[in-house]
Design a protein. Structure first.
Length: 312
């Protein structure tokens, strides 16, 4: 079993570190375009094996896709990172070309690969990967909803002073500050609705902080976050490799589900060895349906930029 991580920046290297610590694959390949970076980080991580007790091997390579041959799963994190004041949408021009090229190179050497997209704007990059690759829709997955849902649970746990592990809460919609939809009315604390413990003002505050979670961290540390994105990507890869049938929110291609077509956007899905296996329906309120429709329209507008630029 081989897993490839494209991009040895903060998110990519953290993803690779999580993967080897979990002994998910025999080999993890970390690839970057900058000479020596992936090799150096791979050596650094391998030098923790005796301390952490893992047996996986991590290999760093510089822009050599032949080393990725036979990969079961690839995680694409490459692209320019988000800076303070920058929206995910502003990344589209640069990152579209990078993601398209990476996908082509991966498929050339691993035609049966499942691809997990982390690069932003994530929903649009997932749509680009699907349209440009010709892969079956279940083998292209956008990671953002898993990260947003983890951030949602964090905000709820802080307000309740509860363990995040006791919470069930998901975010659907686009992976953007104005397009994600934290489903506070569906969130539970060990099966009890969190609304039973929170005022409306507290609920609204949780939703607001969740939606700007990425921007908040970008303002604090000067670039995109990496620990939580890396952990989210690794958890999804583990569910694929170990056929765990875990339920995540992921950006997948819709063909009428949730009233939308020809779009990649975050909805609850089962993740297993097939990639994403099936979409899980949710009973949404009329307000939630409206929010989802608005989110889909915003994502579709971003996708149109790719079409207008003849990228797809």
């Amino acid at each position: 079993m081989k897993i490839t991580v494209i991009g040895a920046g903060a998110v990519g290297s953290t993803t690779a570190d999580n993967l080897v610590r979990r002994n998910i694959a025999e080999e993890v390949v970390l690839l970057d375009i900058k000479e020596g970076v992936a090799e150096g980080k791979a050596q650094d991580m391998m030098q923790t094996a005796a301390l952490l007790g893992f047996d996986s091997t991590i290999k760093g390579v510089t822009n050599d896709y032949t080393q990725t041959a036979g990969s079961a799963v690839a995680v694409i994190t490459s692209g320019i990172p988000r800076k303070p004041g920058m929206t995910r949408e502003e990344l589209i021009g640069t990152n579209a070309g990078i993601v398209k090229s990476v996908v082509e190179n991966l498929i050339k050497h691993s035609p049966d690969i499942i691809i997990l997209i982390v690069s932003n704007p994530m929903d649009t990059m997932s749509y680009l990967a699907l349209k440009s690759s010709g892969l079956p829709k279940n083998r292209i997955i956008g990671m953002g909803g898993a990260l947003d849902s983890a951030r949602f649970k964090y905000q709820i746990s802080q307000k309740l002073q509860a363990s995040a592990n006791d919470l069930n809460a998901i975010v659907i919609g686009g992976h953007g500050d104005t397009t994600m939809i934290p489903l506070i009315h569906h969130a539970t604390w060990n099966s009890i609705p969190v609304r039973s413990f929170l005022t409306q003002e507290e609920q609204d505050d949780i939703v607001k902080k969740t939606m700007v979670g990425g921007a908040t961290l970008t303002a604090l540390i000067g670039t995109s976050a990496w620990y939580a994105p890396g952990a989210a990507a690794a958890a999804m890869v583990e569910s694929i490799v170990r056929d765990q049938n875990r339920l995540f929110t992921a950006s997948v291609f819709l063909e009428g589900e949730y009233g939308e077509e020809d779009i990649n956007i975050g909805v609850p899905v089962i993740i297993n060895k097939k990639g994403w296996d099936r979409i899980v329906p949710l009973e949404l309120s009329e307000d939630e349906k409206t929010l989802f429709k608005n989110s889909a329209n915003a994502v579709r507008n971003m996708n149109q930029v790719l079409k207008d630029s003849n990228i797809i």
